[in-house]
Design a protein around this ligand. Structure first.
Ligand code: C2E
Ligand code: MG
Ligand code: MG
Ligand code: MG
Length: 285
């Protein structure tokens, strides 16, 4: 009987695998179509600065509403886009559309000092994409928020020399870098020191169990102390409660992003929020 049982399980596994492969294939096809039609939307999650009492920046997040599946998370389709060679199209779309929306809404650097854009692994090292993005970013930089590109530790580590060169080139265009999801990768202090970063984002996984988890509290304090030594700005991500915000403030984290402050929102809502709270904003740096 054991043998039959084993064979059944094997068959079930194969069916399951087959189903998942078909699903993936279908999703890939639809993603390609969405890239052709550029049928994505953008939302913005503002970041609150405790010291200056204003929305100091916002992170641009892509949204894909699939015609049949409904909302598909970028955590699912961005890795697929990277694999399928679609990430350059998406990255160019996000930067172009975000700057367009900012301009149409009349959000300049006086209304919002900074705008953060996620740059995935392959995008950073795509020379052609970079050239097109430079061209977009060059027009009227004084009328838009300063741009910050968010990269992850794994992206930076994969090809450190090439990453350094690409970051240097961007920096010469006046664009800053932030290390996203910090603490979840394996970057060394030596690497952090070497990269031309201006900011670290503490990953949500360290924030979510504060104040219950003592280890996470210590990790967060350590990241904050380290950032201070390296003169890096810090943004805590995924801040959901007043307790978390109080803890972060106590240990010197000035900027926070998370549902406690604001959820990601379309440009119209961002505009209204900035008009309400950022009226007295001063130019950044
Ligand atoms: P990320 O860059 O770390 O973005 C933060 C994610 O945390 C966002 O999810 C945001 O909605 C979510 N978040 C913010 N505050 C809270 C909170 O208080 N609680 C909880 N539970 N979640 C919170 P989202 O929009 O689903 O994006 C997931 C990931 O997809 C991003 O992680 C980023 O890696 C990637 N992504 C999103 N948009 C883009 C894009 O335009 N380009 C690229 N390359 N990647 C993107
Ligand atoms: Mg990010
Ligand atoms: Mg992040
Ligand atoms: Mg994260």
């Amino acid at each position: 009987h054991a043998k039959t049982h084993g064979r059944d399980q094997h068959a079930v596994f194969n069916e399951d695998l087959k189903f998942r492969l078909m699903e993936r294939l279908a999703l890939t096809k639809d993603l390609k179509q969405a890239c052709d039609d550029l049928s994505f939307e953008l939302v913005y999650q503002p970041q609150w600065n405790m010291e200056r009492d204003l929305w100091i920046g916002a992170e641009v997040l892509i949204r894909w509403h699939h015609p049949k599946r409904g909302y598909v998370s970028p955590a699912e389709f961005i890795p697929l886009a990277e694999e399928q060679g679609l990430i350059s199209v998406i990255t160019e779309f996000v930067l172009t559309r975000a700057l367009e929306e900012m301009r149409q809404a009349g959000i300049g650097h006086l209304q919002l000092p900074r705008l953060s854009i996620n740059l995935s692994r392959k995008a950073l090292l795509d020379q052609h994409l970079m050239q097109r993005l430079f061209d977009r970013a060059r027009s009227k930089p004084e009328q838009r928020p300063a741009l910050i590109l968010e990269i992850t530790e794994t992206a930076a580590m994969e090809n450190l020399q090439a990453t350094l060169a690409a970051m240097e080139a961007w920096r010469q265009q006046g664009i800053a870098f932030s290390m996203d999801d910090f603490g979840t990768g394996y970057s060394s202090l030596a690497m952090l020191k070497q990269l031309p970063l201006s900011e670290l984002k503490i990953d949500r996984s360290f924030i979510q169990d504060i104040p219950q988890d003592r280890n996470d509290e210590v990790i967060t304090q350590t990241i904050l102390a380290m950032a201070r030594v390296l003169s890096l700005d810090v943004v805590a991500e995924g801040v959901e409660t007043a307790d978390q915000a109080a803890f972060l403030t106590q240990f010197g984290c000035a900027t926070m992003q998370g549902y406690y402050f604001a959820k990601p929102m379309p440009i119209g809502e961002l505009k209204a929020l900035l008009e309400k709270d950022n009226a007295t904003a001063q130019p950044y740096r």
